[in-house]
Design a protein around this ligand. Structure first.
Ligand code: TRP
Ligand code: SF4
Length: 333
């Protein structure tokens, strides 16, 4: 039986952190056993928000991110790991989909409105940024992906992708009594508890409040010691409120087995925050260590990642080229 196809992507706008690990990467690794997986560095999408900054950083983060993907268990022999801009077919399909996507669909997209407000320091009132979901739809439909593992924030983009797919199929094929050109993909939700930054704000590179997968044990220990705890617990003898504590939230995500005891000990002031954080730091160091060790090994071969991406682009282009010629034919005959 042929495996269902999966495609997902990440924008190379910063280093990978623990939020990416539990929110996406661990899931990506698992899915490799049962699906035909395509994992993509969305560098065009990164350019849409970074075009005014040092754009050469996009390449730097792209390579850096792929090292972390592989270090965390993505196997380029089983999965197709590639960079969006290495496969020009994305841009071509983007053009075709642009012709059939009503502007209203894009203007109404909730992520569009949110991002414009959230990223106030950037001028996102560009032609390309409005079309962000159209490029994302191209990424997905080009590989005829059945499932797209994403976080909840991406659901509107998946909905748009399905609508665009339906319209593409109808206008260029179904209307003429031919079979659909592409399947309507489904979101495969990553049910992850939202991991907040060290300061309890959203984890974000602009706040510098994340633990990176490439951080050293010393860096992790120092970052954990800076974490916010229950704000009402001033002395070690005060009873703590785990529900109000971000350190506890990290335990929930990374060591749920310990949380019953910790909750009691904290309530009864049997454990102090310094010790509690020290234990969390040890836990996180142990989670990050194998990834970091593998990273050091990969970095010994300075060409390795380039080779992975060039092979990945070759594999991706085989599939993408086929889809594009089918669609081209359906459109222009
Ligand atoms: N928009 C996605 C994000 O910011 C990244 C992305 C680009 C993507 N193309 C994709 C995700 C295709 C899934 C499928 O997280
Ligand atoms: Fe949070 Fe741990 Fe302190 Fe309780 S003991 S408030 S869980 S850091």
């Amino acid at each position: 039986m042929t495996k269902l196809r999966i495609l997902s992507g990440m924008r190379p706008t910063g280093k990978m952190h623990l939020g990416h690990l539990v929110g996406a990467l661990e899931n990506w690794v698992q899915l490799q056993d049962d699906y035909d997986c395509f994992y993509m560095v969305a560098d065009w999408h990164a350019l849409m928000s970074e075009y005014q900054n040092d754009t050469y950083l996009i390449r730097k983060y792209a390579y850096d991110n792929v090292i972390d993907w592989i270090s965390a268990g993505i196997d380029p022999k089983r999965s197709t790991v590639f960079m969006q801009s290495d496969v020009p077919e994305h841009v071509e399909l983007h053009m075709i989909l642009s012709t059939i996507t009503p502007i209203g669909w894009l203007e109404r997209c909730p992520t569009y409105k949110e991002q414009m407000v959230e990223l106030k320091d950037k001028d996102l009132s560009t032609y390309a940024f409005l079309g962000y979901p159209v490029l994302q739809a191209s990424d997905i439909l080009l590989y005829k992906a059945n499932l797209v593992p994403v976080g909840e924030d991406q659901i509107p983009h998946l909905e748009l992708t399905r609508e665009i797919a339906r319209r593409l199929n109808y206008l260029f094929s179904v209307k003429n009594n031919n079979p659909p050109l592409v399947p309507e993909p489904e979101a495969k939700l990553t049910r992850f508890p939202r991991l907040l930054g060290l300061d309890r704000r959203k984890m974000s590179k602009s706040y510098e409040n994340a633990i990176h997968l490439s951080d050293s044990p010393q860096e992790i220990a120092a970052k954990v010691q800076m974490m916010f705890t229950d704000p009402s617990r001033l002395k070690k003898t005060d009873p703590g409120h785990p529900a109000e504590c971000n350190v506890y939230a990290y335990y929930k995500v990374f060591a749920d087995r310990l949380t019953d005891t910790l909750s009691q000990d904290c309530h009864q002031a049997k454990i102090g925050c310094t010790d509690c954080k020290k234990n969390l730091a040890d836990l996180l160091i142990n989670i990050v260590k194998p990834i970091r060790d593998k990273r050091a090994e990969i970095e010994k071969d300075s060409h390795y990642i380039k080779k992975v991406l060039s092979l990945g682009a070759e594999k991706a282009r085989e599939v993408a080229g086929k889809t594009i010629s089918e669609i081209h034919k359906a459109v222009f005959g």
